[in-house]
Write a protein that binds this ligand. Structure first.
Ligand SMILES: CC(C)(COP(=O)(O)OP(=O)(O)OC[C@H]1O[C@@H](n2cnc3c(N)ncnc32)[C@H](O)[C@@H]1OP(=O)(O)O)[C@@H](O)C(=O)NCCC(=O)NCCS
Length: 176
């Protein structure tokens, strides 16, 4: 089991496990990211009940601004399949409040997710990114994700076809 010890984050930022009391701030940040138009095919953040049901309890973290106590970002992972063979594969989302972009919060959150998943023996973290989302592509490349490939016009979003870049990070510590 995880000891829930998180790696050191940024000065002025604490990374800690997400709790139900964070729900409103987490979903607000989620909606703000969706409104930007390059985060996801989704257009509306889920209810907390749906979010809570979908995200793995040990692999959801928030970034908190230590001077204000506000949640400024979050990361969370879901299972990709109920087949045993994929037990070590998760799909994640990471969202940072726009007022705090570009100061390393996304990197700190991703590091926390990598740490918690590797502690639990998860061997692959995967996600899909719109090619236009250069910040996310850079963030994930820096964290050791590789591009698996690009799916052409895989879905429609706001009345236009969008490509999705599939990315994955294989753990170096799970021995797989
Ligand atoms: C993607 C996102 C999580 C990045 O978070 P962040 O806290 O700004 O990221 P960081 O500050 O840790 O920066 C990570 C890297 O991305 C780069 N980056 C940040 N914003 C960038 C931008 N607009 N364009 C290009 N690169 C950018 C940083 O320079 C850094 O790379 P570097 O260290 O090589 O310079 C954030 O932009 C976000 O929440 N976007 C909306 C939601 C979203 O798109 N989530 C991802 C869905 S796949």
């Amino acid at each position: 089991m995880s000891d829930r010890t998180e790696p050191e984050a940024l000065p002025g930022v604490t990374i800690r496990p997400m709790t139900e009391t964070d729900a409103a701030q987490v979903l607000d940040i989620y909606q703000t990211g969706l409104d930007d138009g390059n985060a996801s095919f989704e257009t509306t953040a889920p209810t907390w009940q749906a979010f809570d049901a979908a995200k793995l309890p040990l692999h959801r973290h928030v970034a908190v601004d230590t001077s204000t106590g506000q949640v400024i970002g979050w990361v969370a992972a879901s299972v990709v399949s109920d087949r045993c063979v994929y037990a070590g594969v998760v799909e994640h989302s990471v969202y940072v409040h726009p007022d705090h972009h570009g100061r390393g919060v996304g990197t700190a959150l991703l590091n926390a997710l990598i740490h918690s998943t590797e502690t639990e023996g998860i061997w692959t973290i995967q996600s899909g990114i719109f090619p236009e989302n250069t910040a996310s592509l850079r963030l994930h490349e820096n964290a050791g994700f590789r591009v698996v490939g690009t799916r052409h016009h895989i879905g429609r979003h706001h009345d236009r076809w969008r490509d999705v870049v599939l990315i994955e990070r294989r753990s170096m510590v799970t021995g797989v």
